[in-house]
Design a protein around this ligand. Structure first.
Ligand code: AHR
Length: 320
């Protein structure tokens, strides 16, 4: 081994050791929204696994869907003097004060999977998907699938005031605008849960001639779609055939529904937001490297042509 190679190797090992040591020493507070969906459960599991893998001590707080609990948890993390804070903000507004307190305490905050309406200097970075694009991908799929046939859509929205609900609605509407044969007949929140999705869809079916007038159900997440699929079946119709089903997340249960011919399309949202978040935090802690303000994850469309049974098998043990 020549001397230069040996030196480079030593430097590389030293860097690895010091980065690992730095990560191993880090204590990170994570304010999670709750456990409203399969996707959320997977994000929680992946975050815990990523922290363990890197030797990071993770302090986990479940807010049970309440912003006030998230604010309390963040204040608690600040009082404990954690090295960084991850927060998945349940709604977009109302964060300025508490994020300002974290900034004042010089604790970097990373937003996970949802955005906030607050000045960008109040957080280090945001790791999330392009949610407008997710809605657009879902809408473009519908436009292509129905062609010029008339199509009445019912929409199950996510949590009111959350960025995925706002943006996925916007992206879908953008995609169908200019296609006057496609209209959103009804739109209501199902709060990203399976139970609410089912309940709201039952109401839509009753209001739309027992469902006979509905051409497609667009759900802002797969869990609401799965609840809606059950409602369609209970009404004596065939989901995926009588009523097209398009949603977002790509959780195992939607692939099971797709394999059974009961769902038609989903847009993938990776549950691994913590990987890029910890990478950014480690680089920032090590040498002050400022990450990109927005780290955007992919939004891939899946349909029955993408081996849904295989996708179900590959994902089912991942914490969903
Ligand atoms: O913020 C991401 C969304 O939150 C997911 O699409 C949904 O399933 C959830 O609970």
């Amino acid at each position: 081994m020549n001397r230069i190679f040996k030196l480079a190797l030593c430097a590389g090992v030293a860097t690895l050791v010091s980065t690992a040591a730095m990560a191993a020493g880090m204590t990170v507070g994570f304010s999670q929204i709750g456990s409203e969906s399969g996707w959320r459960a997977a994000e929680t599991s992946v975050t815990k696994q990523e922290a363990e893998k890197r030797g990071i001590t993770l302090k986990f707080a479940d807010a049970q869907q309440k912003q006030e609990n998230q604010i309390k948890a963040i204040r608690g993390f600040i009082a404990q003097g954690v090295d960084a804070i991850l927060v998945a903000p349940v709604v977009a507004t109302g964060w300025e004060e508490v994020l300002g307190e974290a900034k004042e305490a010089e604790i970097p905050v990373v937003l996970l999977d949802r955005g906030v309406e607050a000045p960008q200097d109040l957080y280090l970075t945001s790791v999330a998907s392009d949610q407008v694009k997710e809605g657009r991908v879902a809408g473009e799929w519908l436009v292509k699938t129905v062609g010029d046939k008339p199509c009445k859509v019912v929409e199950l929205q996510g949590t009111v005031g959350s960025t995925p609900a706002i943006n996925r609605k916007k992206g879908f509407e953008e995609a169908i605008s200019g296609h006057s044969n496609i209209t959103i007949a009804r739109s209501q929140t199902g709060d990203f849960t399976r139970a609410k999705g089912k309940e709201v869809m039952e109401g839509f079916l009753k209001a739309e001639n027992g469902g006979k007038d509905i051409c497609a159900m667009y759900a802002h997440n797969d869990d609401m779609a799965v609840g809606g699929i059950q409602a369609i079946k209970d009404a004596g119709l065939k989901p995926g055939k009588d009523i097209l089903v398009v949603s977002i997340d790509a959780v195992p249960d939607i692939f099971a529904a797709m394999a059974a011919g009961e769902a038609n399309a989903t847009v993938e949202l990776t549950p691994n937001m913590a990987g890029p978040a910890f990478d950014a935090l480690e680089a920032f802690k090590k040498d002050g490297k400022q990450p990109e303000k927005f780290i955007i994850t992919e939004s891939k469309l899946y349909t029955p042509a993408d081996n849904p049974q295989g996708e179900y098998e590959a994902r089912k043990g991942l914490g969903y």
